[in-house]
Design a protein around this ligand. Structure first.
Ligand code: UDP
Ligand code: MG
Length: 318
């Protein structure tokens, strides 16, 4: 019996490089047959505005045995696209890849080797990122330092959205991790099971440009912190203690240095500003968490599927 590897690929405005991705990746995937693994592509078109959808549809018609196609009704983001792939992949193992060849497909062989030797989670760790600028490197370093300080889980700093899991892990992620505000890569690293990491060098994009703006990355960082940590919520308590302590010190100082004279205007203003700053920051943080709660409460679908090709049962649920 051949085993099946599902290659989940999310694509948003990738018309320039998607054919090349398919061609190159398929070449590597074909060789997996020698090791008793067949392959299927699950392409998720994340509401592309260019011809990506048409190209993928065409591929699914030309190669129906190996290409499955899901198309969203609009852009739902990379996370949602990966979740859709997770929901519909039928392989014994599945690997998540970007459509721009930044995740080198020559690693597929190492991944199935890891599966065959009993690993259930394969986390691909970037050793070098040609395309990332110095600012992205610093902010990303800072982000991982922070999240690992404030949360009780560990996030691999150089892990990417390039990872592979077996069907048993898929089941758990499908059933038990349905939060709306989420970070799939983080869950994958923290479900447990036998896990290994494989290093890879990130290649430059084959065509087009990155879709992650600073704003998107910031939202992403905020969401991740709130997904995995409640420490910011407790900041209010620390801030309260700190302000109280400061007040005491100032009180003692005033009592000792002045004999009740109404001076110290600056002290009052500074203290007032400081207190209000703390108060507003804490309220802001609570607001952010309430926003997350609200998002979960609304229970909107993570994605909406408009079209599917080459699946057994075709429905658009999420
Ligand atoms: N992507 C997506 N939806 C989006 C943005 C990106 O499906 O809203 C896909 C994109 O097509 C690519 C992958 O996610 O396959 C990674 O995106 P990108 O290469 O722009 O990010 P970077 O590699 O620069 O972090
Ligand atoms: Mg990329």
């Amino acid at each position: 019996m051949m085993k099946l590897l599902s290659i989940v690929v999310s694509a948003y405005n990738e018309e320039a490089g998607i054919n090349e991705f398919y061609r190159v990746t398929r070449e590597y995937a074909k060789y997996l047959r020698d090791k008793n693994w067949d392959y299927e592509f699950i392409f998720v078109n994340d509401g592309s505005k260019d011809a990506t959808g048409e190209i993928l549809l065409e591929l699914s018609e030309k190669d129906p045995e190996h290409v499955k196609f899901i198309s969203f009704s609009r852009n739902f983001g990379h996370e949602a696209a990966m979740i859709a792939g997770l929901d519909y992949a039928e392989g014994d193992g599945m690997v998540f890849m970007d459509a721009d060849l930044q995740h080198p497909p020559e690693n597929l062989e190492k991944i199935i080797d890891a599966f065959d030797s009993g690993f259930k989670v394969v986390s691909m760790v970037r050793t070098r990122n040609e395309t990332a600028g110095i600012i992205k490197k610093i902010t990303s370093g800072g982000f991982y330092w922070f999240i690992n300080k404030v949360s009780d889980i560990y996030l691999e700093p150089n892990a990417s959205d390039f990872f592979a899991i077996t069907r048993s892990v898929q089941d758990i992620l499908k059933k038990n991790y349905r939060e709306k505000v989420r970070f799939l890569r983080g869950y994958v690293q923290n479900v447990g099971f036998r896990k290994t990491t494989i290093e890879y060098e990130a290649a430059p994009r084959v065509a087009g440009s990155s879709h992650y703006s600073i704003k998107k990355l910031f939202t992403f960082a905020m969401n991740t912190i709130m997904c995995f940590s409640n420490v910011p919520l407790k900041l209010g308590i620390f801030a309260g203690f700190f302000s109280g302590f400061l007040g005491m010190v100032l009180l003692i100082y005033t009592l000792c240095t002045h004999d009740g004279a109404p001076s110290g205007y600056a002290t009052i203003v500074v203290l007032l500003c400081f207190m209000f700053a703390v108060l507003f920051i804490v309220i802001g943080i609570i607001g952010e968490y309430i926003a997350v709660l609200f998002e979960e409460l609304k229970d909107r679908p993570l994605y909406i599927i408009e079209d599917m090709k080459n699946f057994d049962k075709e429905n658009g649920l999420s």
